[in-house]
Design a protein around this ligand. Structure first.
Ligand SMILES: Nc1ncnc2c1ncn2[C@@H]1O[C@H](COP(=O)(O)OP(=O)(O)OP(=O)(O)O)[C@@H](O)[C@H]1O
Ligand SMILES: [Mg+2]
Length: 249
């Protein structure tokens, strides 16, 4: 398996946010993780990206710092659980954070260039920039605008674009549809689909079950830090109790 997570457990103080989560993503697969507010979706992606470990290390000794992180994350055959976050980025595991968080004081173009910081080949950077602009013409139009003044939808496009600049091997997208107007959501849906069809491997979290199920080939359902279901949209929708209790359908 490309990404293999085994028994991942995260506790903040004594609150168990992830409870022995195991999941896999194959190369070229589009996998979704759906669940309600506070289920642990963002925490799972942040743990994979090395950010929970970073938080644990930086907050050590403070009252907020009682964080427990257990289990294993393997990527492309290599254990990455205990690597620092920048090493995980270098291996191509890229997180596109919730609600889009570009560097607000920088222009759109500088944000995109910042995404390519690990790439020394100017030609490749230029090609990637063209690819991002082709996918999101709106960003091209606004390349000299200060990012803090973008709309919510544009900000998320920029965050996806910035992540694409770092040539992800596995692209983790955290709740792309949250807070977007239906029209913007629809457009973003098409863009995410296009990114996948260009040959990416994607792990995406969502609260919007239909947004997730229409994109992903396989899905996990998470509730209160536990995985409660796994399968194709068809499998999951056929399970009545799952549908009622966890998918809100
Ligand atoms: N750094 C932290 N310190 C303490 N508790 C945290 C921390 N990060 C997350 N939590 C708690 O962990 C739980 C899961 O949060 P998480 O952000 O992973 O949920 P989520 O599924 O992404 O929800 P949403 O759909 O609202 O984004 C929440 O109860 C949250 O308050
Ligand atoms: Mg979240």
């Amino acid at each position: 398996m490309y990404l293999e997570i085994k028994d991942l457990t995260v506790l903040y103080d004594r609150a168990m946010v992830l409870n022995g989560v195991s999941l896999t993503v194959g190369k070229g697969e589009f996998v979704s993780l759906v669940g309600p507010n506070g289920a642990g979706k963002t925490t799972l992606l942040r743990a994979i990206a090395g950010l929970v470990k970073w938080e644990k290390d930086t907050l050590k000794g403070t009252r907020a710092g009682r964080i427990t992180l257990e289990g294993s994350v393997k990527f492309d055959g290599e254990e990455v659980t205990n690597l620092p976050a920048h090493e995980i980025v270098r291996r191509g595991l890229i997180l596109c954070p919730e609600r889009g968080r570009p560097f607000r004081e920088m222009t759109v173009l500088d944000n995109l260039r910042a995404g390519a910081f690990g790439c020394k080949d100017k030609k490749v950077v230029k090609e990637n920039l063209e690819r991002v602009y082709h996918l999101f013409p709106r960003l091209k139009e606004r390349e000299n605008q200060i990012s803090g003044t973008l709309s919510g939808g544009e900000r998320f496009m920029l965050t996806i674009g910035r992540a694409m600049m770092s040539q992800p091997k596995l692209f983790m997208i955290d709740e792309p549809s949250v807070g977007l107007a239906p029209k913007v959501k629809e457009d973003l849906f098409a863009r995410v689909k296009e990114i996948y069809e260009q040959g990416s491997t994607i792990l995406m979290t969502e609260q919007d079950v239909s947004f997730a199920f229409d994109l992903a080939g396989r899905n996990y359902v998470i509730s209160k830090g536990h995985l409660v279901g796994e399968g194709t949209a068809e499998d999951l929708l056929a399970d009545e109790s799952l549908r009622k209790t966890y998918l809100g359908l």
